[in-house]
Every structure is written in C-alpha cells, then in structure tokens.
Ligand binder design. Sequence first.
Ligand SMILES: CC(=O)SCCNC(=O)CCNC(=O)[C@H](O)C(C)(C)COP(=O)(O)OP(=O)(O)OC[C@H]1O[C@@H](n2cnc3c(N)ncnc32)[C@H](O)[C@@H]1OP(=O)(O)O
Ligand SMILES: CC(C)C(=O)C(=O)O
Ligand SMILES: [Mg+2]
Length: 512
Amino acid sequence: MSKRVVIFDTTLRDGEQSPGVSLNLHEKLEIAQQLARLGVDVIEAGFPIASPGDFEAVKAVAEQVRGPVICGLARANRKDIERAAEALRGAEEARIHTFIATSPIHMKHKLRMEPDKVLETAVEAVKLAKSFTSNVEFSAEDAFRSDVEFLCRIFSAAIEAGATTINIPDTVGYATPQEFGAFIKAIINGTPNMDKAVVSVHCHNDLGLAVANTLAALENGALQVEGTINGIGERAGNASLEEVIMALYTRKPVYGLETSVNKSEIYRTSRLVSNLTGMLVQPNKAVVGKNAFAHESGIHQDGVLKERTTYEIMNPEMIGIFTNNIVLGKHSGRHAFRERLKELGYSLDDEKLTKAFARFKALADRKREITDEDLVVLVEDELRTFPEAYSLEYLHITSGTVLVPTATIRLRREEENFEEASCGDGPVDAAYKAIEKITDTGARLASYAISATTAGEDSQGEVSVKLEREGRFYTGRGVDTDIIVASAKAYLNAVNKIVFDGMLAVKPERAV
Ligand SMILES: CC(=O)SCCNC(=O)CCNC(=O)[C@H](O)C(C)(C)COP(=O)(O)OP(=O)(O)OC[C@H]1O[C@@H](n2cnc3c(N)ncnc32)[C@H](O)[C@@H]1OP(=O)(O)O
Ligand SMILES: CC(C)C(=O)C(=O)O
Ligand SMILES: [Mg+2]
C-alpha cells in the first residue's frame, strides 16, 4: 500500500512573507477555508507573536476552519510559544511549530549562541510547546547548511522532548536535488529515534529547485511536505504545493506516494491566492499558469485534437480547469449559467446566483463570448463577502495625445454620492487622484500590474494594486473590459480594505 504524504500549507505564513504581501483577517480566513476544501492536512495560519493582526487571524482560523490541523509558528522562546498556544486555543487540533537556526553561520552571527545552547533552547521550547498540545513540530532553520551530526543530535533531543514532526528546511534554497536526497537519508539514518516522528521538508526556491528538492526528499524517507500555493513566499518563494501534488499523482509509479488532496480544488485555490495576495501567476507556471494547458502550434493542436494525451500529461479538468463546451453569451439563460457554474465547481444560493447572473448579463453586453475564466473572476467576486464601503458609481475620462488626462469620478458610500475631478500624468493617475480626493486615505500606490484575464481583443483587463499606508500594504483587484475602470475598481478595492481595517471610519463631508 502507498504511503501518504502529509501536505503542510504555509501560504498564510511563509507565503505572506513575500515582499509586499499583507493579508487581513478576512482574507486569511477566506484562503484558509479554501485550503480546507482543497484538503491540505495542516494549515500554518501565521506567526502569532508577529503582530496583533496576525494573532487575531490565527485565532479566527483556529476557531472557524475545520478539517485541517491549524498551526502557528513560534521562535524557541516562552513568549512566542505562549502567544501561539493562545491563538490556537479554539482549534479542533492545534500544532505549535517552534524553530531555531542550526547552521554555523546563523548560530554565530544571528543568534550569537553556542551550538550546545541552541540545543538546550530547542529542547526547552519543544517541552513548553508540548505542555499546550500533543502536536509539536520542530524545525532546524537553515538545516541544509548545518552540520549533519549536530542536526541528528538536536533532532533526537527534540523528539525525546516531545516533537512529533521534525522539519528539515533548506531555508536559503541552496541544495541541489541529489544532495538534498542524500542529506535527508543521512539525517534519518543518523537519528536513532526518528521513527517516532514524521520527517518533513521545507524547501525554498532561490535556485528554482524547491520542488525538485522536495521530491528528492520524499524519495529518501520524508513524509511531510511544506510549501505554498503558487509557490509564493520569502524571496524566490517556497516549493509550489500544486506542483508537488501533481508530480506525486502523475508520476505515482516513480514515487509510490499518495496525498489526500482534492485535486479539483487546485485551480480555484491558486486563483484565490493570486487574487488576494496580488501576486500574479506567471503564464508558463506549471499546473496553474494560463498557458499550462494551452496549445499554440499547429502540430501540437493537431495532436491534441486527435488525442489529448499526445501533448497533455495531466487532465486539466482534474485540477478544476474546464474546457469550454457551452458557449455563454448575452443570449444565454439562467439554466445554462447555473449549469456552467456547477461544472466549474460553484454552487451559489438563489440570491447570489441572481446577482452573479445580472453581472454576467452586463458583461455579456460588452463582450462577445464569456469564457470560463471570466466566470471564475465574476463568481469569486460575488462570493466574496468583503464589505464595500465605497462603490464606483460613475467614471469619465478625457485623455489623448494633446489633452491633459482628466478624470471625473463619482463614488457611493452609505447611500450618499461623492464626486471629484482631477488631472494626472495619465488616465489611471488622474482617476486615482480623483478617488484620493474623495476618500482621503493618504495611501501611496506601491505597485500596479495589469494583465488580460483571457485572450482576444474583447478580453477583460485585470488590475492588481498595492497601496501602502502607515507601513501596511493593502492589495486591491479590479476586473473590467475597460482597463481604466478595472484600475479604478482595483484602487477602490484596496481603499475598502483600509476602511474595513477601521482606518477610515469617517465619511467624506461633501456629498453631491
Ligand atoms: C526562516 C523564516 O521564515 S523564520 C520566520 C521569519 N518571519 C518573520 O520574521 C516574520 C515575523 N517577524 C516579526 O514580526 C518580528 O521579527 C518578531 C516579532 C518575530 C521579532 O521582532 P523583534 O523582537 O523586533 O526582533 P527582530 O526581528 O529585530 O530580531 C529577531 C530576534 O529574534 C532572535 N531569533 C531569531 N530566530 C529565533 C529563534 N528561532 N528562536 C529564538 N530567537 C530567535 C534573533 O536572534 C533576534 O534576537 P535579538 O533581538 O536578541 O538579537
Ligand atoms: C520557519 C522555517 C521552517 C522556515 O520558514 C525556513 O526555514 O525557511
Ligand atoms: Mg521558509
């Protein structure tokens, strides 16, 4: 019988460490609920000591998400561990993940501790964590650049102290697959009581080898994989979970391992994480990229039309990417709409369906054909229960080669309309300045990215922005066939998050 690999998702912790990403409580909960539907075994929901916001988010995930084990990260010290335990109190099953660095470079320069002190600190931390929950993970940060003999000693002591999972990270993404496989084997063989714990790996992608290293570790005895959706994370990111999961499934005879992930939720999870973090997925990304199942050249198209498996090693439907066999457009009715959504995995109640259908019709008036991707964008927007303080009522732009770009914008908040006009360096800048005049967030536009959700000249533009206000980042996303409108919606989406955070409780004074 195949062994089962534990899937440990750290999108909400290491993934959130991606520069510029900051998820609020509501967004973390939404991702965590989706990860539960995906069927990951463990959700690392955050680092509770890091901030009151992270504490509250871990607490909310622990209290509200059922199915996976909920985990919180803690340095090897009393304060971190107690804070993690407090945040995790409401979980069905809680895991405390405590860590300390073990490489000479980290121990000497960062921790300024002798190895024996590091070992003693690790043991104390595991014991303390164990007093709160039976499920304790210990990680040796920068393990790959650590001495194997020292690692075996510290792991053995951590297991003795109660650790049930031993995590071996390649924190800086330095390993190569062959080396990493041999390294894992050496540690397992050199730690006498390792059979009492699950061996886990946590690989970073600095050399683009995180998934390859993870798979090499699994071939050598590891049985827990840590990674993130879309591979987001610190620097170049973490091992991409969807790639590991699909590699194990597609090449099962090679690995002989199973996961209990519900693969049909992979694509939806990827979209949600991309939308909420504002980190776009590169088109050629394996498994979930826009081009992962697209065929451009004639010989390939011919082959796929005759037999899909000539050029596809995975079935896109299995991971929730559906090919479009019913063409939806402005003449389609509710039945076809509902049916298509069902095929895409969405079942909306009547009220949400009515709203989504109205938006679909409005879009169909502007766009000849509505693709599955358009529908996913539309429905995800509808399912999101994020309260909208401001909504866009009206946008008028004048722009051109000889005109100063000018925007007039009208926003609605609590039954009142607010209108302003502004000039700018371009139409988007003008629109943003007009929105700022009304909302007065004082935020800085930290990043702006635009992409087309689908191919074709009537494709929808998808805009992601990041606003920075008092050191916090707020992501926003907007989709529309008009890219200036999409840009305004994205900006407003981020503004609404600032309002949701309680940062802008006061309404503007001058209504029209
Ligand atoms: C590999 C990883 O991904 S590890 C996780 C990284 N994630 C993060 O750091 C995000 C959240 N971090 C934070 O919010 C902050 O860094 C905090 C709240 C954790 C700590 O903030 P501060 O107390 O201001 O400390 P700061 O971050 O500047 O320095 C880290 C301190 O922790 C110590 N430390 C680092 N790792 C550990 C550890 N595993 N166990 C014990 N102490 C540690 C450092 O030596 C340093 O101690 P010093 O102040 O005595 O020199
Ligand atoms: C906290 C640990 C597991 C980590 O993220 C790393 O070493 O990369
Ligand atoms: Mg990491």
